[in-house]
Design a protein around this ligand. Structure first.
Ligand code: HEM
Length: 310
């Protein structure tokens, strides 16, 4: 907690204000969730952060509401909104009477929360790891220029993205050793016997430790803690349990944005690595992790970014 005063969500600083608001609400929610025994809501209020928390939430709601208002005003040419875009689909359901305006607002807030911090954190981790392991960064570069040899700026379509198999391995391995969402919670709805014989009784709240599970030596070998994209070669995945790698979890409540997240990450990585070289003096073994809704680093490695000569 403790960001500088958060301004109104308009004018030149609007983007920064919105980001700060998301950050502040996320941090406060985590503290209220993980330390509920302290009655964090009261503590937040006592520490004087409650006003800031309320203001941050209002900023986010205002941003979403402006989007809804913009889009519900009839298009002058009478054309339909592109229904492949989430908010347009939600507005269509509202116009048909299946959604209330509050539903659009709530669902949009959840989606922005689910999408933005997770994808940004993962991209940051990929760049940090590629800076720490230059040999893997060069392999990414080689793959990208083999598909896009000429121009500095280039467009990518769906099939281009799917051909970037090494980039894909790098993303998967990044989310294995640095699980973006390190823990997920579940409420046990019926007595459940685990394969090791332990019974989870109905009503129990549990946390699934994705971070440590994805670094288990009995699954990933003696070097399970080391970043090595080769772990995701098809031959190395053979025989592994399908749930031993779950950065987006599995089952009915898994991440609805996983495909979009992977596509957008690969595009961003290809474009950045084609143009820039990332280096760092920070050593991989000195990374220290702090559990939160998305994993945090105790000390953020500084990256040096140099433009590649083409
Ligand atoms: C690398 C990026 C991302 C990671 C690592 C990630 C991870 C996760 C995880 C672990 C969950 C919890 C699932 C569970 O409790 O079982 C989740 C839920 C969710 N994610 Fe993502 N996510 C990412 C990107 C996105 C994007 C881009 C969107 C939207 C476009 C999104 C939307 C959501 C939503 C709406 C939920 C809640 C689903 C539900 O409760 O039914 N996520 N995500």
């Amino acid at each position: 907690m403790g960001l500088n005063a958060i301004n109104d969500n308009n004018g030149a600083g609007a983007d920064k204000t919105l980001l700060q608001s998301f950050q502040f609400v996320q941090e406060t929610i985590t503290e209220m969730g993980t330390l509920s025994w302290l009655n964090m809501r009261a503590l937040v209020w006592m520490l004087g952060d409650y006003e800031q928390y309320k203001k941050s939430k209002a900023n986010i709601r205002k941003f979403i509401n402006n989007l809804i208002t913009e889009r519900t005003i009839a298009k002058p040419d009478g054309s339909k909104l592109d229904e492949n875009i989430f908010i347009n689909r939600a507005i269509e359901l509202f116009q048909q009477g299946s959604f209330t305006r509050q539903n659009i607002e709530d669902e949009s807030v959840v989606l922005v929360f689910g999408a933005f911090e997770t994808t940004a954190t993962t991209l940051n981790h990929v760049l940090i790891l590629l800076a720490m392991f230059p040999e893997y960064q060069e392999r990414v570069f080689e793959e990208v220029i083999s598909f896009f040899p000429d121009k500095e700026t280039f467009e990518m379509n769906y099939s281009d993205i799917n051909q970037l198999t090494y980039v894909s391995m790098v993303v998967d391995e990044t989310m294995r050793v640095m699980a973006t969402v390190p823990l997920v919670g579940r409420h046990v709805r019926a007595d459940t016997k685990l394969s090791n014989g332990i019974i989870l009784p109905e009503g129990l709240q549990i946390l699934i430790d994705i971070f440590n599970m994805q670094r288990r030596k009995d699954i990933w070998g003696a070097d399970a803690h080391i970043f090595n994209p080769e772990n995701f070669l098809p031959s190395n995945l053979e025989g592994k349990h399908p749930y031993c790698y779950i950065p987006f979890t599995k089952g009915v409540r898994n991440c609805i944005g996983s495909k979009y997240a992977l596509l957008s990450l690969k595009v961003a990585i290809a474009k950045l690595i084609k143009k820039f070289r990332f280096t760092t003096e920070f050593d991989y073994k000195d990374l220290q992790f702090v559990e939160n809704i998305t994993i945090k680093l105790k000390q953020m490695p500084l990256l040096k970014i140099q433009k590649r000569s083409t």
